[in-house]
Design a protein around this ligand. Structure first.
Ligand code: AVJ
Length: 378
């Protein structure tokens, strides 16, 4: 049966307030496909097709115990927002509203990564499954598992029937997409884990199975070089001989293309960025005035990364119910809310090799826009 607790561990509360921010721009930037009410999590699966809830298999999420202490939101704020440079971890974007916004970003014409990776995955899925021959597919940051369906399609064709262990911070999304997957792939045994995978990799239950671990979307680019290496080493440590890793990563390309992808005309990325302040207002009783900030994303060629900022448009003081200090921001000050690193083929391979992972196959999309690398423990 569905478990009562825990819900989204990152967010104590959730709000399904998905409304266009008309005030800032004078026009509706975006709208949900249909009204999002209490059952907003259902939207994830209804989005693609209609399924009969009554017939769906109940999905339970198993919490993963963190292997190390994860800072709370107020600790991250105290350290990141009050320090220099001002910064916050990008995981806080993904409350329910932020997850829905990200889903919509994936559909804007300028945001190429999701589309490109999905097409590439579709093309190579059979070969990946034939090579990895997985008994279990573990997916880190599975979200709605939309792209992963290409792997399941290939599994079905090849009559290879692995179990599926998606890992995500949001239990609603895991349950909703797990139910939809169980209906579409009746052979698929879906066993979700809920928790922060950057803190709990070591506690993912091991099984005597041949695992294919997938980490898609280019999220590895959100980590600094040091964080990425630490993370991949930890990942390497959980792989046994015979296991494989499929890693998706975005590639360096013309700055114009990168710039457009993080500055879409519809303003969704701006909304997504500003959503972070809504999260702080809600979770920490802060009083950020969203109209006093502007989204600013640029490609920094020296670091080969997109940097996403929120810029204060005027001097201001922000108070937090949950914190003693007030935050004083000057006009023009910036908060770094996300980095998204873009790799060369060689950088990607040496990053994996430094972590003790041998590249088995390096797949590239057309025009080398995006990479999917299949690797194994060396
Ligand atoms: C989901 C982390 C891969 O870095 O491109 C999209 C998030 N940020 N637009 C990315 C994101 C702004 C995305 N990842």
């Amino acid at each position: 049966m569905r478990q009562a607790a825990p819900r989204c561990p990152v967010f104590a509360q959730r709000r399904a307030a998905v409304e266009p921010d008309e005030r800032r721009t004078g026009r509706a930037i975006w709208r949900p496909a249909r009204p999002v009410r209490k059952r907003a999590a259902r939207e994830y699966r209804i989005k693609d097709r209609n399924v009969n809830t009554a017939l769906s298999t109940p999905i339970a999420c198993e919490p993963i115990r963190p292997t190390r202490i994860v800072p709370s939101l107020s600790e991250d704020v105290a350290r990141g927002l009050f320090g220099a440079p001002r910064t916050l971890p990008p995981k806080y974007f993904y409350d329910e509203r932020g997850s829905l916004l990200f889903d919509r970003i994936c559909d804007v014409p300028e945001y190429y990564p999701t589309r490109t990776e999905s097409a590439l995955l579709q093309r190579i899925a059979r070969e990946v499954i034939e090579t990895a021959r997985p008994e279990r597919i573990v997916e880190l940051g599975s979200g709605t598992s939309r792209k992963t369906r290409h792997l399941f399609d290939a599994c079905a064709e090849l009559e290879c029937h692995p179990a599926y262990a998606p890992v995500d911070v949001c239990d609603e999304v895991l349950v909703a997409s797990g139910e939809a997957l169980s209906e579409d792939y009746p052979w698929l045994d879906v066993r979700p884990f809920v928790g922060d995978y950057t803190a709990g990799l070591g506690n993912l239950p091991r099984r005597a199975t041949r695992d294919l671990v997938v980490f898609l979307g280019g999220t590895i680019g959100n980590f600094t070089r040091e964080q990425a290496t630490d993370f991949l080493r930890e990942l390497r440590a959980m792989l046994a001989p015979g296991d494989t890793l499929l890693l998706g990563a975005d590639r360096v390309k013309e700055p114009d293309v990168l710039h457009a992808a993080y500055n879409d005309d519809a303003g969704l990325t701006a909304e997504f960025n500003l959503n972070l302040l809504r999260v702080l207002n809600r979770e920490l009783g802060a009083d950020f005035d969203l109209a006093a900030f502007e989204h600013y994303a640029l490609f920094n060629p020296l670091e080969s990364r997109i940097e996403m900022h929120l810029i204060a448009m005027r001097d201001q003081t922000v108070t937090f119910e949950g914190l003693h200090d007030s935050l004083h921001l000057r006009e023009g000050e910036n908060i770094l809310t996300e980095i998204s690193r873009k790799f060369t083929r060689a950088q990607l391979e040496s990053m994996l090799e430094d972590a003790g992972l041998r590249v088995v196959r390096h797949y590239e999309s057309d025009a080398h826009k995006f990479s999917l690398v299949l690797a194994e423990p060396d």
